[in-house]
Design a protein around this ligand. Structure first.
Ligand SMILES: [Zn+2]
Length: 225
C-alpha cells in the first residue's frame, strides 16, 4: 500500500493506495481495509466513468458515481481502479475527504473539478485549502489514445492539456495523471502530488490494458478517524 508521506503524519487522517497483491481475489473490499488495520465501513459507489459526485450518506450498493465525499469520521470512502487514476483529496482543516475514480472519460467530463468543488463547499473552505494526491495509473509510457481523447479534453476548454498528449504516428501517448493533476491545479487546489508507478509497467498493479477482462482491481481509500 502506498501512502503520501505528508498525509501519513496528519492526526485523524488515514488513507492508502493498495496494489493488486493487497486486493487478492475473491475481493471483499471492506476486508482489504480490515486486513490492513483499518476497521472502518467502506462507502464505494458503482463506478460508471462519469462525473457524478456523491456524499457518503448517499452511497448504497447501487449508487452510481465516480467520486465520494465524506465530512464525517468513522467511514472510509473508496474507489477501485485498474489503469484509471485514483485521486484522493482532503482539506487542510481536516473537515472533509474524497475519493475519485478518474479515467479519461470521467476526467474529461469534469469529475475531478466537481469533487474538488463539492469538498470545498461541504468543508466550508477555499479550493486552495484542498490537497490532492494522484495514485498509480497507466502512464504516458504505455497509454496510447486516439484523437477523440484529445478532442474530448479540448472541447471542455478552460485548461490547456496539450502538454499531456505526445504525438506518435497518428495517435498520442497520453499522460492521464499529469492531465488530472493539471485539472485539479486549474480548479484551484492548494497542492497536487503524484504517487507510484505506471500500472501497466509494474506487475504489482492490476492493469486492464495489460491483462484485459482478467485484470483485478485495486482499492484506494481515505477516511477521517
Ligand atoms: Zn508504462
Amino acid at each position: 500500500m502506498l501512502t503520501d508521506p505528508a498525509w501519513s503524519v496528519v492526526p485523524g487522517l488515514v488513507h492508502g493506495f493498495f496494489d493488486r497483491h493487497d486486493c487478492r481475489e475473491p475481493v471483499d473490499w471492506p476486508g482489504v481495509l480490515a486486513r490492513h488495520g483499518v476497521g472502518l465501513p467502506l462507502a464505494r459507489p458503482r463506478q460508471v466513468h462519469g462525473a457524478t459526485v456523491l456524499l457518503v450518506d448517499e452511497v448504497t450498493a447501487s449508487s452510481e458515481g465516480d467520486a465520494v465525499v465524506a465530512t464525517r469520521s468513522g467511514v472510509a470512502v473508496g474507489i477501485i481502479t485498474a489503469d484509471c487514476a485514483p485521486v484522493l483529496l482532503r482539506d487542510r482543516c481536516g473537515r472533509a475527504v474524497a475519493a475519485v475514480h478518474a479515467g479519461w472519460r470521467g476526467a474529461a467530463a469534469g469529475v475531478v473539478q466537481r469533487a474538488l468543488a463539492m469538498l470545498s463547499r461541504v468543508a466550508g473552505v477555499e479550493a486552495a485549502q484542498v490537497e490532492v494526491v494522484v495514485g498509480p495509473a497507466v502512464g504516458a509510457c504505455c497509454y496510447e489514445v486516439g484523437d477523440e481523447v484529445r478532442r474530448a479534453f479540448a472541447a471542455r476548454g478552460g485548461t490547456e492539456l496539450g502538454f499531456a498528449f505526445t504525438p506518435r504516428r497518428d495517435r498520442f501517448m497520453f499522460d492521464l495523471r499529469a492531465a488530472v493533476g493539471a485539472l485539479a491545479q486549474a480548479a484551484g487546489a492548494g497542492a497536487v502530488r503524484h504517487l507510484g508507478p505506471c500500472t501497466m509497467c509494474d506487475a504489482s498493479y492490476a492493469s486492464y490494458r495489460r491483462d484485459g477482462a482478467a485484470a483485478g482491481r485495486q482499492l484506494s481509500f481515505i477516511a477521517l478517524r
